[in-house]
Design a protein around this ligand. Sequence first.
Ligand SMILES: [Cu+2]
Length: 348
Amino acid sequence: MRVPAGPGAFDRTPVRLGAFAVGLALVFGATWGLGGALGGPPGPAAEARSGGHDDGGEAAHGTGHSGAPAAGDQPVDLPGGLQLAQDGYRLEPLTAGLSTDHPTDLRFRIVGPDGAPVTRYVETHEKELHLIVARRDLTGFQHVHPTRAADGTWSTPLRALAGGGQYRVFADFRPAGLDRALTLGVDLPAAGTYRPVELPAPTRTAGVDGYTVRLDGELRPGAEARLTLTVERDGRPVTDLEPYLGAYGHLVVLRAGDLAYLHVHPDGAPGDGRTAPGPAITFHTSVPSAGGYRLYLDFQHAGRVRTAEFTMFAGAVPTPADQPAGTTPGAGTTPGAGEHGGPGHGHD
Ligand SMILES: [Cu+2]
């Protein structure tokens, strides 16, 4: 359980986060300095720019991300999830906010280049649209699959949130007529006390619902990484993972600091004659920059989808010297246990 710091520590938390955010800004400054080339309005320029977009193939569907930055004068693709509009498509929430008291009926639509709600999609991993929600501090992860009405309005229940704050809502979808998936993101507020949780320290194991998941591999900025996640229960390897949306595991990766979004699918598929149903699930991905990332592995066993969470750093892990005096990332928390194991776990 990622237990928020006690009341005394809470008083100091905003200061620590603020200082950490400054550090992140410095790290990311070099990357986002290039963003000036991308700052134009949507429309023809954006359409043209998207020509460099790389579908990413099976290993990184979604706007996942397009590998190493383009060389020379070519514009650099942004990672997914950072914009609410891209390439003529726009994510329009029809719900003003989320709730900590009761489940929210989240409604939204995707408006296309013609100004009308999009009603034709190409399924990716058995769904027309994948919806991910996480608070800005990377807690409160939910991954659900909304229902679409004929007029293009999407709706889904979201479980009641554990705390107030700004939540990032990601829609990961492929409209008919586009040669790749997009991930659009928008912030929605939840009224209530916001007690930010620091990014937990990196760990190699995470527990969820009595399962232990081990993470092997390293992230390197701009380079392909092989990550292997191995699932055990009661000390024994799980060798009968169940297919969930066409795979034995789905990995969402969010970058600390701006929630850049990657959705990664594993090597191999159930029933392909070469992919075992556990205990290991292998992913290949490439993160766009140095810094901290939170990884959310969805896997299904015994009829339920579970989410194991990890922190990883690409490049150097910040040392205590990089932190405000006396603090360590994740101090006082038990990383990976997650806080979404209870009823209403947001998978469907
Ligand atoms: Cu999904």
